[in-house]
Design a protein around this ligand. Sequence first.
Ligand code: ADP
Ligand code: MG
Length: 665
Amino acid sequence: MKELEEVKGVGPKTLTLLKKLNINNTNDLISFYPFRYEIIKRSDVDSLNQDDKIIIDGSVESIPYIVFFNRKMNKMSFRLNTGKFLLNVVIFNRGFLKNNLNINTTITVIGKYDKLKNTVVASDIKFGFLSDETKIEGVYHSTYGLSGSKVQKYIDEVLKDIEVINYIPESIINKYNFMDKKESVYEVHKPSNMKRLKFAQEGLKYEELFLFMLQMNFLKLGKNKQIGIKRNVDFTLVESFIKSLPFELTKDQLTAVNDIHNDMISSNKMNRLLQGDVGSGKTIVAVIGMYINYLSGYMSAMMAPTEVLAIQHYENISKIFEKYNVKIALLTGKLKKSEKDSIAESISNGSIDIIIGTHALITDNINYHKLGLVITDEQHRFGVNQRSAFKNKGDSPDILYMSATPIPRTYALTLYGDMDITSIKTMPSGRKKVTTILKSEKEIMDVLELMYEELKKNHQIYVIVPLIEESDKLDMEWIEKVETQLNKAFGKNYKIASLHGKMSSDEKAKYMDDFKNNKIQILISTTVIEVGVDVANATMMVIYDSYRFGLSTLHQLRGRVGRSSLDSYCVLISNSETKRLEILTKTNDGFIISEEDFKLRGSGDLFGIRQSGDMNFMIADIKQDYKLLLQACDDSLEFLEQNKEIDKIENPYLKELIVKTSELG
Ligand code: ADP
Ligand code: MG
């Protein structure tokens, strides 16, 4: 295939601009598909109104006349004969076209029609007549200094003698009867008609999804085969531990325990995502995992994204193991150096069984003694790098990720396709649905009244003020405004406090503690309490400007209330996007909500990781093309099943891709 430099018109400057668009070779260039299409129809001047868009062809009737304003700015005008009409054409800054616009040259003019002046103000001039009545034209992304039409020109150049790499196995092409790839690529750039365009797109989308799923599934199968710790555990001990809990596990919790137990007693390494709504009881499942790990003589590490959460886990888990001889320690960044050193020492000599902490757990100077299980809570808050950080700690420990953002299967396949997934869908019984109410700012008095009802019952309230990311100052103003408002209403009889980004973690922890002990009744905060904290007596959450949040985030936030048998409420205050927010008033099912969120906002807002680099689709869209995605998932699994020996894969490009993937590990 041609080098980019060899494409006509591409010089060093263009080369850097193309790189900005992620085009590094000619293959990238022909895979740079239009992001949308314009259907071009020849206009009939008769039927147009003032300022309508016009596309019309004809021949040049008068020699173009140019007025220069300065070196770059100019205006060219001439007359166009369409056979039926004579029109004036005006175009700015295209003086360079003049030499090609001779009398009788046939051209197509695209622009806006000024009916009063019988003039087309053209945005583009193409040479030649419009070929058909209707034409479909791709529109390409551009970057500063490189227009979409320039990009199109380079693509046209490459399309002249195009070579394509065909990745999809012959058998699959035949199964779906896809259009030949070379033809598809051509069709997608230069569509002949809608039907063929769709057909061409389908094959290219499928290929993209197939390759993605093939890599994901290859990694997953590979990980499943990674040798882990094969444990010998007396399950009756686990059973009696489960029996000793103050509640009965839900069916989904039991399934989750089973999945984890099976992973742990097999010689394969566990790489599992445990997902379920806030409050669905993931922690206890993880605790049972840690108990299994303890029984088999290994140490467990549990990492939480915030200090508050780490402390809470430490306290809860210590309580659960109160009557057992399990030694538990807490390691966070804010401990004194001497304390840290002493805990680091017990981690390395194996005198503790469970270590709970923050990122401090993966700092370089921590060396684990027989680390067998790693649990990361709220895993989407950790970056990819942190996720793999435990790789170098201990010999291939089992890994369990926990996430409170449940995602539907299609998206889970792409976002977490390389992991096994267990979902907890049912809530522990006795849990009450959080009654969710939508209010506008005008109705603030109603909100205050609802709050008062709860305060009178000696219940507590979270108030959430969204972070306005651009400005700390605005955030503070917001918080202060709300605090003043609430103090005016309730300050006499109730204690109100705010948590905000400027506080030290000590201060935050103190306020959290006071809230837990009901020394504070109303806690105002930005989203710092978004994950994990557990205050059963808090029965209400009020969220200001709730439209600023994604549905999943709001759902997670409201999961902070309704943690007991008390009736609980979530009040969403918003003056906009009420239609979107309404779904929260109708359902408490995190899976449905995240699906809706995904449809409305795309994956980018839902997840902190994985959306950018890992899922860079050129043509496919996992929202719209999820059926193809599921097919591609099944097909790729079948392919891997049938091609266990990489060396024997016939398609050399596919082979190369898999070899590359295997190096990722
Ligand atoms: P998650 O981590 O999924 O948000 P937690 O594990 O913190 O949820 O559980 C929330 C609360 O529910 C905890 O207080 C926990 O003790 C309790 N819980 C967990 N499982 C059950 C159950 N099966 N029945 C009753 N309560 C449960
Ligand atoms: Mg949790």
